[in-house]
Design a protein around this ligand. Structure first.
Ligand code: SF4
Ligand code: SF4
Length: 531
């Protein structure tokens, strides 16, 4: 039996997962319109390659990756592009972003798909295919997967497939592991091949026995695709929040610590979400770009459930499938600990067409009963409960103090950027201080200042370069002038008779002599006067 390790802190909030795992994953119907954001992952916005009026097929590229950290975006079904413009999207900022609006034609007609056998390709080729298939991390951050696979010369010992799903309410990974374990295992093998990892460990919390059993069965049955010396193992880990956070999961499964400011690859480990492994498999073995995902609709609804829905589906239409109850007063995207309130959506009815994106793992309909209004914050009483639960081993009360007093330098010294914003500290704080909000504020201020400093440094370097260029141009001009004068003199000399040349030479020598005499007189006078 595998030895497991523990991490510092953690909490046990009510899981609220049972209500959305009673029924199988359902397919959400084709919506009347899809709004597909061209920026739905970390990094650069994809460049639109379609315009209003274009007819597109399902899976056709509509956004080309633009930059190192960027990923492709595709038409989720066949139809006509109605607009490429700024639309409100599901983001904490509540700001609009560039989107392609697609009116489906109802035929759901695919482009020609090009499946590949991963064993016939190099890791670099497969990375490119995943980038062009729009595969990003589906655990929440939506970081382009191809970038995480570019590890250079680092040796990866362990590939971790994250199926912990520790946050309350969310069950999309649980249901996917129960129903699609075989595809996840095949996707994990592709990732293992690309990283040349020695082993694959699935970390699944022990409150998901069906998922663990399904993965174990799939691993057993997949023996024919796995190399004999490379093994996969589904490991049941203790249920504790935030056990699914990458650093904590690595610690539990391997006993290794990711040092502050370092990446898991620095210690020979890489992590992917189980749903990402599924998408990797679909993208390569079936040639299907990432067009849909599983999303949990739960909370204050008549029937909580998981749906497979197309990216760009209006969230209001998804919520309608589960019927939000009349006292619904808002919606949260993600879980109650790390998610955010959706702008422009309140009440049980569909307010606006904010679309779901690749990062939409869960929508929680909120009500005053489920999520009572936060109590007013009181002064910190230095009880250190936040310290006891912090999984990053930080001093949350000190970080709060530094953030509040805008002592950002000291907050950094106290490892502010190691905070994973899990909210465990806020959850236990008896003074109801919204601690995570303070940390987010401090981080954004520090980033803004660093950005400003970077701009100022760039401006200074540009100015210095400009000055140097002017100096160089001045020198070059003077050199050119001198060369020109010399050439003119030489030309003059060559055009005169030998006698004139002799006279000119005599004249030049006499001028030189006068200059020398004058110079020595100046020096003599200077010596005498001591000036
Ligand atoms: S839990 Fe709240 S009151 Fe207690 S030390 Fe931390 S911040 Fe202060
Ligand atoms: S939010 Fe940050 S400071 Fe608070 S418990 Fe989580 S990691 Fe620690």
């Amino acid at each position: 039996m595998r030895t497991l390790y523990t991490f510092h802190g953690g909490i046990h909030p009510p899981s609220n997962k049972a209500q959305s795992t009673r029924t199988a994953i359902a397919h959400a119907p084709l919506p009347s319109r899809l709004v597909v954001p061209l920026h739905q992952h970390a990094g650069e916005t994809a460049k639109p390659v379609v315009q209003a009026g274009d007819h597109v097929l399902k899976g056709q590229l509509i956004g080309m990756p633009d930059g190192f950290v960027s990923s492709a975006v595709h038409a989720p079904t066949s139809g006509t592009i109605a607009a490429v413009d700024m639309q409100l999207i599901a983001h904490p900022s509540g700001l609009p972003n560039l989107c392609a609006t697609l009116i489906p034609d109802g035929k759901d007609e695919w482009v020609a798909l090009k499946p590949v056998d991963f064993r016939d390709h190099s890791s670099a080729e497969l990375q490119h295919l995943l980038r062009m298939a729009g595969v990003v991390g589906l655990g929440g951050a939506a970081f382009p997967s191809d970038v995480k696979l570019r590890i250079g010369k680092q040796k990866i010992t362990t590939l971790i497939l994250n199926g912990a799903e520790c946050e309350p309410y969310i069950t999309c990974d649980d249901m996917m592991m129960r129903e699609r374990a075989a595809e996840i295992v095949q996707g994990a093998e592709i990732l293992r091949f690309m990283l040349d990892a020695d082993e694959v460990l699935y970390g699944v919390e022990d409150n998901k026995p069906e998922a663990i059993a399904a993965l174990r069965q799939a691993i057993k049955e997949s023996g024919h695709v796995l190399q004999q010396d490379k093994r996969q193992e589904a490991v049941a880990i203790p249920t504790i929040y935030p056990g699914g956070s990458a650093k904590q999961l690595i610690r539990v499964l391997t006993g290794l610590e990711v040092p502050s400011g370092k990446l898991p690859t620095d210690i020979g480990v890489q992590c992917f979400n189980v749903a990402t492994a599924y998408s990797v498999y679909r993208a390569l073995a079936h040639g299907e770009p990432l067009l849909s995902r599983i999303v949990t609709i739960t909370g204050n609804v008549r029937e909580a459930r998981n749906y497979e829905a197309l990216i760009g589906t209006p969230i209001a239409e998804l919520v309608a499938l589960s019927e939000a109850l009349p006292d619904t007063n808002g919606y949260i995207m993600g879980g109650p600990m790390m998610g955010f309130a959706l702008h422009g959506m309140s009440g049980p009815g569909p307010a606006v067409h904010v679309p779901m994106v690749k990062a939409t793992n869960c929508i929680i309909a909120a009500s005053a009963k489920l999520f009572p209004a936060p109590q007013p914050a009181m002064p910190c009483i230095r009880c250190t409960r936040c310290v006891e639960v912090c999984p990053a081993d930080l001093q949350p009360q000190d970080l709060y103090w530094f953030a509040q007093s805008k002592e950002f330098g000291r907050a950094q010294v106290f490892s502010l950027f190691d905070c994973i914003e899990c909210g465990a500290c806020s959850y236990v704080c008896p003074s109801h201080i919204p601690l995570v909000q303070y940390y987010r504020f401090a981080k954004s201020e520090i980033r803004a200042r660093e950005h400003d400093k970077q701009l100022a440094d760039q401006a200074r370097v540009r100015h210095e370069f400009h000055e140097q260029r002017l100096e160089r141009e001045k020198r070059e001009k003077a050199d050119k002038l001198a060369a020109k004068e010399k050439a003119a003199q030489a030309a003059k000399l060559s055009s005169t008779s030998p006698q004139q040349q002799a006279e000119l030479a005599e004249l030049a020598a006499s001028r030189a002599h006068i200059r020398e005499v004058a110079q020595s007189e100046v020096e003599h006078t200077t010596e005498r006067t001591g000036e």
